[in-house]
Write a protein that binds this ligand. Structure first.
Ligand code: FAD
Ligand code: NAD
Length: 466
């Protein structure tokens, strides 16, 4: 095999790209991954999912040790923060993951090319950077991901005014962190720095935190985070940010009204992410972008140009690592003539605050707007034996089922290990489960998963423990 000619070339080595490459290689395709960063793993592994979860875990343990061990009868001396050590651990966790990806590339005999890829014609990719060269290929998969959306009037310097990338790397705990955007990044990274001692104010344009989530869940999440000390300014917009010793932010009610000034030593802008297609040469080649800049694909992940596919954040929809991975897997199978498929009704989302917030399928607000008749089963963790034993009783499980068929169409959990608890419902939804199927399945006792069973029983009004 010439090292310049392939069956599949993937541009972008994030979770979408590297999974597509591994699946293509498993299917016998001569495969290369072109990545402009020095490590594989993309946003998720380098500056997203993995480092944020490392800091969430470390800051959770710090908060537990400092504030929550007393009721368990555990007395410890003064708890001190070593932020340098916490950050080094995060770096090691990321490295273990990126090293693992290098190993997987070798294991699957995938050619790793270091540099930025540009599509010069269908089947032709020009690489600039360390491995500068021209390569040819039967198929190209664009997996170039996303970057953070800028806010007009607020200039990012990644020191005082930061995106998530800067917020993962702060050298000291801010005195006052202002977070713009009460979405997933805002609440996760706001939680990290709140737990480590910062005063945290979250400014959200809409009238609730986590506005994409089920309304009851958003309300409860905000209430719990407020109890942890986070402050919220809802229905508020930031119109200017003036750097100085502190940043002076001008904020005003979203619907109009008097402006006021807020000072913060660090400002995190977390108002969403936008597709990243810079330097790819898409316009010249004729690949269509929508008006927000996402690559337009059909249901087989093909762009309008034969032989050019796209997956992951760059095609829009839920911007989640596991959605990108599943698209990469399916696209590689479709390219090899197999029947790859992604079920977009069964993609879970998890916000890794404490407690976690997990969601799947429709919210009550969406079902009402669509005029769907539905039933609700709800079960609080205060009535779950394991949650009581653990001392983690905040939150509830809510299952939404079609009123006629009993088919599960939504599940929303706020509570301990919510993300893991949701997994059984995801599989259920894949297999078109009825709420009664979950309710009649045996769940271990005492386990948090019994709250899922009880919520499923609750759909028919038959919960046992409430
Ligand atoms: P990316 O991971 O963005 O990878 C794209 C890659 O393409 C990058 O490595 C980039 O360098 C490379 N690239 C771009 N252009 C070129 C080019 N021309 N040539 C070569 N290479 C190029 N999702 C979750 O599911 N769970 C989480 O807990 C989670 N936490 C997150 C926390 C944060 C702080 C952030 C910012 C995001 C988080 N996400 C999470 C979202 C997740 O990171 C993305 O959905 C995911 O990384 C998308 O994968 P992707 O492969 O499409 O793109
Ligand atoms: P988001 O879409 O989750 O939240 C952005 C928030 O900012 C929204 O609530 C929005 O109403 C608000 N907003 C928008 N413009 C605003 C303005 N001008 N002023 C104030 N508020 C404004 O986006 P994010 O938190 O930036 O995260 C980006 C992406 O990364 C998301 O798609 C998310 O799925 C992904 N991510 C996922 C995880 C996870 O799965 N645990 C973690 C982090 C990030």
């Amino acid at each position: 095999m010439a090292d310049t000619d392939f069956d599949v070339v993937v541009i972008g080595g994030g979770p979408g790209g590297y999974v597509a490459a591994i699946r293509a290689a498993q299917l016998g395709q001569r495969t290369a991954v072109v990545e402009k960063g020095t490590t594989l793993g993309g946003t998720c592994v380098n500056v997203g999912c993995i480092p944020s979860k490392a800091l969430l875990q470390s800051s959770h343990l710090y908060d537990e040790a400092k504030n929550h061990l007393g009721p368990h009868g555990i007395k410890i001396g003064k708890v001190e923060l070593d932020l340098g050590e916490m950050q080094s651990r995060k770096v090691k966790v990321v490295k273990a993951n990126t090293d693992g990806l290098d190993f997987l590339m070798k294991k699957n005999k995938i050619t790793r090319l270091l540099g930025a890829g540009k599509i010069t014609a269908p089947g032709k990719v020009e690489i600039s950077g360390k491995d500068a060269k021209s390569i040819t290929t039967k198929t190209i998969i664009i997996a170039t991901g996303s970057d953070s959306t800028p806010l007009p009037g607020v200039t990012i310097d990644e020191k005082q005014i930061v995106t998530s990338t800067g917020a993962l790397d702060l050298p000291a705990v801010p005195k006052h962190l202002v977070v713009i955007g009460a979405g997933v990044i805002g609440l996760e990274l706001g939680s990290v720095w709140r737990r480590l001692g910062a005063e945290v104010t979250v400014i959200e344009f809409l009238d609730r935190a986590l506005p994409q989530h089920d309304g009851e869940i958003s309300k409860q999440a905000q209430r719990i985070l407020e109890k942890q000390g986070m402050k919220f300014m809802l229905g508020t917009k930031v119109t200017a940010a003036k750097p100085g010793k502190d940043v002076a932010l001008t904020v005003e009610p979203a619907k109009g009204g008097a402006a006021q000034e807020i000072k913060a030593d660090v400002v995190l802008v977390a108002i969403g992410r936008r597709p990243y297609t810079e330097g790819l040469g898409l316009k010249e080649v004729g690949v269509e972008l929508d008006k927000r800049g996402f690559v337009v694909v059909d249901k087989h992940f093909q762009t309008k140009i034969p032989g050019i596919y796209a997956i992951g954040d760059v095609i829009g929809g839920l911007m989640l690592a596991h959605k990108a991975e599943d698209e990469g897997y399916a696209a590689a199978e479709l390219i090899a003539g197999q029947a790859g498929h992604v079920n977009y009704d069964a993609i879970p989302g998890v916000v890794y605050t404490w407690p976690e917030v997990a969601n799947l399928g429709k919210t009550e607000e969406q079902l009402k707007a669509e005029g769907v008749a539905y039933k609700v089963g709800k079960f609080p963790f205060t009535a779950n034996g394991r949650a009581r034993a653990n001392g983690d009783t905040e939150g509830f499980v809510k299952i939404l089922a079609d009123a006629k068929t009993d088919r599960v169409i939504g599940c929303h959990i706020i509570g301990p290990q919510a993300g893991d608890l949701l997994a059984e419902v995801v599989i259920g939804v894949e297999f078109a489960t009825a709420a009664e199927d979950i309710a009649r399945s045996c769940h271990a006792h005492p386990s948090l998963s019994e709250a899922v069973k009880e919520a499923a029983l609750g759909v028919a009004g038959l919960s046992i423990h409430i």
